[in-house]
Design a protein around this ligand. Sequence first.
Ligand code: GTP
Ligand code: MG
Length: 198
Amino acid sequence: MIHSARFLVSNSAVDHCPKSSFPEYAFIGRSNVGKSSLINAMANNKKLAKTSGTPGKTKLINHFLINDAWCMVDLPGYGYAKISKKERNELKKLINGYFAKRKQLVNTFILIDSRHKPQDIDIDFINTMGAQKHPFSIVFTKIDKLSHGQRQNNISVYKSQLLERGWECIPPLFESSAKTGEGKKEILSYIESINSNL
Ligand code: GTP
Ligand code: MG
């Protein structure tokens, strides 16, 4: 259970992130996929991370300390077209720097909008995480927007796409809704099971 969640710090460079050794869990995915909303839903605090209907809200690396024991990290989204090339390159550098250098990172949740067909930008990100041997899980977000049938169909299409792209096994998958709270419990248990084995 999450009994305390507090904002620690926002940074524009990985080298300035907290020096503490709390294990951390990153949330990444396309802009507007619902990273900040999922963090808030998990923490039961709508005001913890800044959310917005307009893509490109989160532009920094944001650390939140949970239960005084571990961190959730809200990262900027990738793939947002409506920013300058310079800004896009800076965000890319920020995200790449985080994954290259952050030793406290134990697992990354890659968020995928459950409504859409597999997108190259997400599959490429998943493949890069695999190539760099970063442990990750996939979270299908906004599941409240789909019917039961659509949801089964979209997730099985995604699984087949991963297998077709050469993944021999499927990483842990979660289905979530920041609106209904679905998936929170499962994601949290997964985090707690990792923490208890560290
Ligand atoms: P950036 O920081 O811009 O990269 O976006 P983000 O991935 O952090 O998305 P954010 O949490 O700001 O949510 C984007 C929009 O989607 C907001 O309008 C949210 O209310 C909405 N949203 C997020 N999660 C859900 C969900 O599970 N269900 C529904 N229906 N809407 C959601
Ligand atoms: Mg955000």
